[in-house]
Design a protein around this ligand. Structure first.
Ligand code: HEM
Length: 153
């Protein structure tokens, strides 16, 4: 169960990154080129948000229930703050990701409420970009934070 969820969480990161880049570029193009907000754009925006929700659910299960690393870290939460790697896992990854996902989700809701196509594109573009930057900062790429394999097998 743990191995499977970690594998899924690891690979789904690339799905999130690909869908985020696609959605951000499509909304930017629609905003700047005055395109109409088509069913296709709506569909890709929904896929992006769905990938975030899936990642959130898998992440929460790993964090609270099945990850042996997390059970070990959370058994002494206070001490985890003293080490940059354990602090990343106990606090930074979870809160950063929840914040990034919430920003993208708010953007999606706000975009749908806009009355013009241009405003729908603009709102989705700006909020998705803000959420994506936070998510990228919290992925353990080993460049500015903890190192994990880019591709887990
Ligand atoms: C878009 C959102 C997220 C992305 C892209 C993401 C990405 C990742 C990646 C790439 C790893 C390392 C996987 C590996 O070792 O191969 C990881 C580990 C982990 N993530 Fe996330 N994550 C996200 C959201 C979350 C959330 C919201 C939580 C908690 C609620 C969470 C909890 C965890 C935990 C506990 C681990 C470590 C599991 C272990 O090593 O035992 N993640 N995440």
């Amino acid at each position: 169960m743990y191995d499977l969820l970690l594998l899924l969480h690891s690979w789904l990161r690339w799905v999130v990154v690909a869908l985020a880049i696609w959605a951000i570029l499509e909304n930017y193009k629609g905003w700047k080129s005055g395109l109409s907000y088509s069913a296709s754009v709506k569909k890709w925006n929904t896929f992006f948000i769905a990938s975030l929700h899936t990642q959130l659910v898998i992440g929460l299960i790993l964090y609270a229930f099945v990850s042996p690393m997390m059970q070990n870290i959370l058994s002494d939460f206070g001490s985890s703050m003293k080490n940059s790697e354990t602090r990343f896992w106990s606090v930074e990854h979870i809160f950063g990701m929840i914040l990034g996902i919430a920003i993208a989700q708010i953007g999606s809701i706000k975009s749908k409420k806009q009355t013009t196509d241009s405003a729908k594109f603009e709102v989705a573009f700006k909020w998705f970009l803000a959420g994506f930057i936070i998510i990228m900062l919290m992925i353990p790429f080993g460049i500015w934070n903890v190192e994990r394999p880019f591709f887990r097998f």
